[in-house]
Design a protein. Structure first.
Length: 128
């Protein structure tokens, strides 16, 4: 392999890894959902994230109201909204952690398989 062929080989290998990661994510999603659609799953996750949203909004409003001497109602409202958004995001992430783990597992397996194939291409084993 010449000096000029090496970057092309690395780019091709990088493309294989990216394609492998995408395929692994699809496989992990399919294994987790088992012929269901994604929308009902995330709908349930969003419904279950209501309590963290409320807690985040309360903490945000309290921080906005108590954080300064001026005690502005608008500031408390904005901080409450931001706290609610953060709480909602955290709640959805927590409720969908098994789905995320399934996708990550599929990606890891697929990339590992691609890396092994690449290693065997570079290091052929002669059993004869």
């Amino acid at each position: 392999m010449s000096f000029l062929d090496r970057p092309k080989s690395s780019v091709d290998y990088g493309r294989k890894l990216v394609a492998s990661a995408i395929e692994g994510a699809r496989t992990g999603e399919e294994e987790f959902l088992k012929k269901e659609t994604l929308a009902p799953y995330f709908s349930k996750s969003a419904e279950r994230a209501v309590i963290p949203t409320e807690i985040g909004a309360c903490f945000g409003a309290a921080a906005g109201y108590l954080g300064d001497q001026h005690r502005s109602g608008a500031r408390a409202l904005v901080y409450g909204f931001v706290g609610g958004v953060i709480g909602f995001g955290a709640g959805v992430l927590w409720e969908s952690r098994e789905f995320t783990a399934s996708i990550a597992s599929g990606v890891r397996k697929s990339i590992s398989r691609t890396r092994d194939e690449h290693w065997f291409e570079k290091n052929p084993i002669d059993y004869a």
